[in-house]
Design a protein around this ligand. Structure first.
Ligand SMILES: [Zn+2]
Length: 363
């Protein structure tokens, strides 16, 4: 079969590789639609971000290596004899992080919290290939109402579900979301379903603000046209918002907001309120801890997303409560388009992409 393999950063080649062989607890799938995550796309070009050192080490010691491809929808074509929950023909998506099975968390039936197991696409081959082997415990079945394209977004959506759960929104809380990229739009929609009162979003692109309003934001502020912090304070009666999600930060080299939106999030939240840090930065940030201390701010980071979160995304999308279609801006056709998807996803600002670029492998 054909699979994309990395020979180094910025060196991706479509190779002929052996077919995966099914083993106990596993299934063989045919990927239907796959997208690089933003982190994967940045790592592909050697941008220092989450897991950079681990990937660098694998490339230096194991190349050529099949990397990435944990955001996908796929159809099962074979199951191991001990797999009972799935059958050939089922469409599935997967949770990327797997439990190790042996640590104290795994042994005490809290394996969903384990961070010692492998991650699909990082330690295990993902789905930038014609076929893939996946562990049964990572999988959820897709509802017929979910398209292949939407299915490829569920693993990232499950991180947004975990982010909103971490915020622990009380009914009526005012919520601000900085950044209306894919995760920002997801957090906004899930916050609305989870008791939020007034929902205010901030972006620098008119198109993202338009989609945000369409998907339910009460106010979508364009930070290039007005001071978002002043506007948020005015809309929340002077105090600031109860909860602020920071989904815009990241390296300015990739067209992201850098540290600026972190500072704005701190200024836009009310004293005693919560900031949920969703973004990755790839470098240390300088933050005045005394300000957080003086204002009793809770700067929280999302819990790890569980299989339960992934199952919840199936309900959210199948029932139409979360809308993904308008965020999917780039869909490419065929396995040979994978490098183009990496290029678009690593430079979403330049290509005006919202969701990562998707590649349809099979119809
Ligand atoms: Zn474990």
């Amino acid at each position: 079969m054909r699979a994309w393999r990395f020979y180094g950063f910025n060196d991706l080649r479509l190779d002929e590789v052996p077919e995966p062989v099914c083993r106990p607890g596993h299934v063989i799938v045919e990927p239907l639609c796959v997208q690089p995550s933003v982190t994967e796309a940045q790592l592909a070009f050697g941008v220092r971000t989450l897991a950079y050192d681990k990937i660098k080490h694998r490339l230096e010691t194991e190349a050529p290596v099949q990397l990435f491809g944990h955001e996908f929808s796929a159809r099962i074509i074979e199951v191991a004899p001990d797999v009972t929950g799935f059958a050939p023909g089922d469409r599935v998506a997967a949770r990327a992080k797997l439990p190790c099975g042996t640590c104290p968390l795994c042994r005490s039936e809290r394996s969903h919290l384990c961070r010692r197991g492998p991650i699909i696409g990082f330690q295990l081959p993902g789905c930038f290939s014609e076929r893939a082997i996946l562990p049964e415990i990572s999988l959820v079945k897709l509802d017929d109402r979910i398209s292949d394209s939407e299915g490829a977004c569920l693993q990232s959506l499950s991180d947004s579900v975990a982010s909103v759960e971490t915020a622990d929104i009380a009914i009526g809380d005012s919520v601000v979301v900085f950044g209306q990229g894919s995760m920002g739009l997801e957090c906004m929609q899930i916050a609305r379903l989870s008791g939020a009162g007034q929902v205010i979003t901030v972006d620098v692109r008119d198109e993202s603000c338009r989609i945000s309003r369409e998907l339910g934001a009460d106010h979508a502020l364009n930070a290039t046209q007005e001071d978002p912090v002043a506007a948020i304070r005015e809309l929340t009666g002077g105090n600031g918002a109860d909860i602020v999600f920071e989904c815009a930060g990241g390296s300015p080299k990739q067209g992201l907001a850098g540290q600026k939106t972190v500072m704005q999030a701190i200024d836009a939240v009310r004293s005693g309120g919560k900031i949920i840090g969703v973004s990755w930065f790839g470098q240390p940030l300088e933050i005045d801890i005394d300000t957080l201390r003086e204002r009793s701010l809770r700067y929280l980071f999302p819990d790890i997303s569980t299989r339960g979160h992934l199952e919840h995304t199936v309900h959210l999308v199948a029932s139409g409560r979360v809308e993904l279609k308008s965020t999917i801006t780039h869909v490419l056709d065929g396995l040979d388009k994978v490098p183009q998807a990496f290029e678009i996803t690593a430079n979403k600002g330049k290509y005006q992409a919202i969701n990562p670029a998707q590649v349809v492998l099979c119809r």
